[in-house]
Design a protein around this ligand. Structure first.
Ligand SMILES: C[S@@+](CC[C@H](N)C(=O)[O-])C[C@H]1O[C@@H](n2cnc3c(N)ncnc32)[C@H](O)[C@@H]1O
Length: 255
């Protein structure tokens, strides 16, 4: 079967209906970002715009640039933020595996649950440094080394590709090194297990099918999706998604 690379499409409506730990992760990243209220902030991998909306609330006279590669996610974001004008919000569809081009630099970069989707972190951090003003802050979280161990082992036993074949689950040490090489300073990266328990018999299956196994299911015919999700669930010792999260804080070096 083929392993998908580059931005994939998401079922954005189903995504927003899930019990997303991303909401908690987003609140954590936002709390770690000091803002005066008039800055221009990039939401990298903005998805359906949940955190873009929260960022706009923290930026009464500022601006958010929301970037994502999925048309469906951005359609949901546009619906959510329909009342927000272009002086406050820019929505951009772009493939983040390519260098990002913005018409002017941003004061801060914010990102939740996105960077593991991008295989070449050296290139991504260079790209982020390229759109961030000197002295500007990066605050991000995403999946790191060891993430989804139980699900990866279930996929192995089913002869299916690991999620780690599509996603880059990096270590804290390597991430910190690459941020420094890309021109960041005051780099602080942590890696923390954050297992999320879900209710089996519906909630877990819907969550895995929509959020976790999407890239694996993309390579399979639609009629197999349900049985593959059920087979993975049957092989999990606990109804738990074993998240391991990287959290990064860094500042772009002054020129
Ligand atoms: C798990 S979602 C997180 C979305 C949002 N930040 C949240 O917390 O709900 C990952 C997001 O990364 C985006 N993404 C993944 N790979 C991408 C790529 N190569 N280019 C642009 N966006 C990408 C997806 O479209 C998706 O919206």
């Amino acid at each position: 079967m083929t392993v998908h690379r580059g931005p994939r499409e998401w079922d954005a409506v189903r995504y927003d209906a899930q019990p997303l730990p991303h909401e908690r992760w987003g609140r954590g990243v936002l709390a770690a970002l000091p803002l005066a209220g008039d800055e221009r902030v990039l939401d990298l991998g903005a998805g359906t715009g949940r955190d873009t909306e929260a960022l706009l609330e923290r930026l009464p006279t500022g601006h958010v640039v929301a970037v994502d590669g999925s048309a469906a996610m951005l359609a949901q974001l546009r619906d959510r933020l329909a009342g927000v004008g272009p002086q406050r919000l820019t929505v951009l569809r772009a493939d983040l595996t390519e260098p990002l081009v913005l018409d002017r630099p941003v004061d801060a970069v914010f990102s939740v649950a996105t960077l593991h989707w991008l295989p070449d972190h050296a290139a991504v951090f260079r790209s982020v440094a390229g759109v961030l003003r000197p002295g500007g802050l990066l605050r991000a979280e995403w999946g790191g080394a060891g993430q989804l161990a139980g699900i990866e082992s279930a996929l192995d036993r089913l002869g299916l590709p690991r999620i780690g074949q599509t996603c880059n689950f990096a270590t804290a040490e390597r991430t910190a090194e690459l941020l420094c090489v890309a021109g960041f300073t005051d780099v602080d990266v942590t890696l923390t297990p954050d297992p999320v328990r879900l209710a089996p018999g519906g909630e877990l299956e819907a969550y895995l099918g929509t959020v976790v196994l999407g890239a694996v299911l993309d390579g399979l015919p639609a009629e197999r999706h349900r049985s593959v999700v059920d087979a993975v669930v049957a092989r999990l010792p606990e109804p738990t998604v074993e998240y391991v999260r990287l959290k990064a804080a860094a500042r772009r070096m002054a020129d």
